[in-house]
Design a protein around this ligand. Structure first.
Ligand SMILES: Cc1cc2nc3c(=O)[nH]c(=O)nc-3n(C[C@H](O)[C@H](O)[C@H](O)COP(=O)(O)O)c2cc1C
Ligand SMILES: O=C(O)C(=O)c1ccccc1
Length: 371
């Protein structure tokens, strides 16, 4: 592993290939795979080729800037790290490495509920850039509120409630490998460090892994969530609440009606409902409902700078990357830093070549659907 000179790894797909070489098969398949026949995860990446950018010329792009504003705060770029759980199955330094690398680049980090380090430790690894907490609403509301409170107290500035995960997707590769990241001891840090969980579910203070998995696993997903619960969550926190996993324009309308503060157009990287619409194809209809009303975040298939410009042109305000940085993490903090740095360099060049001088100027006048 130490023999790879990361500065020479520029081709995005090479990172994926190298990660596959390094990681145990179960871990690589867990990260790489989608659900079912992987139609949606594959389409997420390929769909970008269905649209073409139509660049403008002679527009003095010398001062072109990637800076973007979110709720009055200026961010270095429109890029964020999507919540990715269980990161110690990729590298022992896991979320701490990813958060540290993104912080160094001024890229906001979104901490997953099922992280292998806890909310507080990850906050300390990313002290300078805004960070969000992604909530998988536990089966117990008291724990949900406890997680949110802990995020507030450790300086997170938004809650990202993931709503596409009433149950975990049918992931054939994981099922065939019999690979479940919890069994690697990953993803439990927030539960184990939670006073409400310990009091209500582990009063005898067990440290035994199988026993703890037995207590935590049934709590992770909540099949009873409704829009009313979202409204209830809003009463429990003063932080903005972003809903992650919106694909249908009718749900975008409901998000507005229920007073949410942002949406992430996402199909969970094609890991939940296989056959679901690709994120990019879902984006225009949602932008039609919400553009200008609340920030629109986008994830799914972002691998290069021009992908980001296409998503912004079709209505996104911010994009999140998932697997791209997960592959970098196979090489630890330097790996994450390098993939992100490469992505931002690519975005910088691509924006200038589009003839656009600021992110907020990217709109649907520079994109066409191929015929
Ligand atoms: C290994 C892995 C773990 C993930 N864990 C979470 C999670 O804990 N919470 C969540 O909301 N989304 C999770 N996601 C989904 C991502 O946040 C994001 O929606 C998806 O990765 C975007 O697609 P991309 O990988 O093509 O960039 C995970 C994705 C991967 C690949
Ligand atoms: O892998 C995922 O996409 C994910 O979000 C998850 C969350 C909890 C348990 C298993 C997977």
């Amino acid at each position: 592993m130490g023999s790879v000179d990361l500065s020479t790894l520029k081709v995005v797909e090479e990172w994926e290939r190298k990660a596959k070489e390094i990681l145990p098969k179960g871990a690589y398949d867990y990260v790489n795979s989608g659900s079912g026949k992987e139609e949606t995860s594959t389409k997420n990446v390929q769909v970008f080729s269905k649209w073409s950018l139509v660049p403008r010329m002679l527009r003095n792009v010398k001062t072109s800037s990637l800076a973007t504003k979110l709720w009055g705060v200026t961010l270095a770029t429109p890029v964020m790290l999507a919540p990715v759980g269980f990161q110690t199955v990729i590298h022992p330094s896991g979320e701490l490495a990813a958060a540290k690398a993104s912080d160094k680049l001024g890229i906001p980090y979104i901490t997953s509920t099922v992280s292998s380090y806890n909310i507080e430790a990850i906050a300390l690894a990313a002290p300078t850039t805004p960070k969000f907490f992604q909530l998988y609403w536990p089966g117990d509301d008291e724990i949900a509120v406890s997680f949110v409170r802990r995020a507030e107290q450790s300086g997170y500035t938004a809650i990202v409630l993931t709503v596409d995960t009433s149950v975990i997707g049918y992931r054939e590769r994981d099922l065939q490998n019999q690979y479940f990241p919890l069994r690697q001891g990953a993803g439990m840090a927030n539960y184990l460090s939670d006073p409400i969980f310990q009091k209500k579910y582990n009063a005898e203070g067990s440290n035994e892994q199988t026993e703890l998995i037995g207590k935590i696993a049934p709590l992770i997903f909540n099949q009873t969530l409704t829009w009313e619960k979202v409204a209830w969550l809003k009463t429990k926190t003063s932080l903005p609440v972003i809903i992650k996993g919106i694909l249908h324009p009718a749900d975008a309308k409901l998000a507005k009606a229920y007073g949410v503060d942002g949406v992430v157009v996402s199909n969970h990287g094609g890991r939940q409902l296989d056959g679901a619409i690709s994120s990019l194809e879902a984006l225009p209809a949602i932008a039609k409902e919400l553009k200008g009303e609340m920030p629109i975040f986008f994830d799914g298939g972002i691998r290069r700078g021009s992908d980001i410009i296409k998503a912004l042109a079709l209505g996104a305000d911010f994009v999140c990357v998932g697997r791209l940085y997960a592959y970098g993490l196979a090489f630890g903090v330097e790996g994450v830093y390098t993939v992100l740095k490469n992505l931002i360099s690519d975005l910088d060049v691509s924006l200038a070549l589009t003839g656009v001088t600021s992110i907020s100027e990217v709109d649907d006048t520079i994109i066409v659907k191929n015929t």
